[in-house]
Write a protein that binds this ligand. Structure first.
Ligand code: NI
Length: 142
């Protein structure tokens, strides 16, 4: 197979992020920065495809937030009450005086899980959030 031609792009990053990227490249043993970034982009594209899919999926939404920030708790509770069919279970851990960790186990169309997760993660006061989509297992052999 003929090798696909390579395109060069230029990306602007802040210095701290670049330093951290270069450290990760070394720690993970990539030959160079471009290979590491290509791999990260490929992973994100796969995730993106999964998120758009019209298939039944299960997953977890992980959220970290400071419960002292105004309205964050109310917003997250409202959103969850509006998605009763999607949420299977939730876990709340008080990490320290300020920070809460919340994990929601969710189930539904992958695209719907993604839309719901984006609203949770995008809520004002949420410091970090991540959706991890997995299969319901039905279509996979043991
Ligand atoms: Ni808490």
């Amino acid at each position: 197979m003929e090798k696909e031609p390579v395109a060069r792009i230029s990306v602007s990053l802040n210095r701290t992020l670049l330093r951290k990227l270069d450290r990760m490249v070394r720690e993970k043993g990539y030959d160079n920065r471009s290979l590491a970034i290509s791999g990260m982009i490929a992973n994100t594209l796969v995730e993106h495809q999964q998120e758009l899919a019209d298939v039944e999926a299960a997953g977890t939404v992980t959220l970290v937030y400071d419960h002292h920030k105004p309205h964050v708790q109310e917003t997250l509770t409202e959103l969850q009450h509006d998605h009763l069919q999607t949420i299977v279970s939730t876990l709340h851990v008080h990490l320290d005086h300020h920070n809460c960790l919340e994990v929601l186990v969710v189930r539904g169309k992958a695209s719907a899980l993604n839309a719901f997760a984006n609203r949770l993660i995008g809520a004002k006061g949420v410091k970090h959030g991540r959706l991890s989509i997995t299969t319901t297992g039905k279509d996979l052999p043991a």
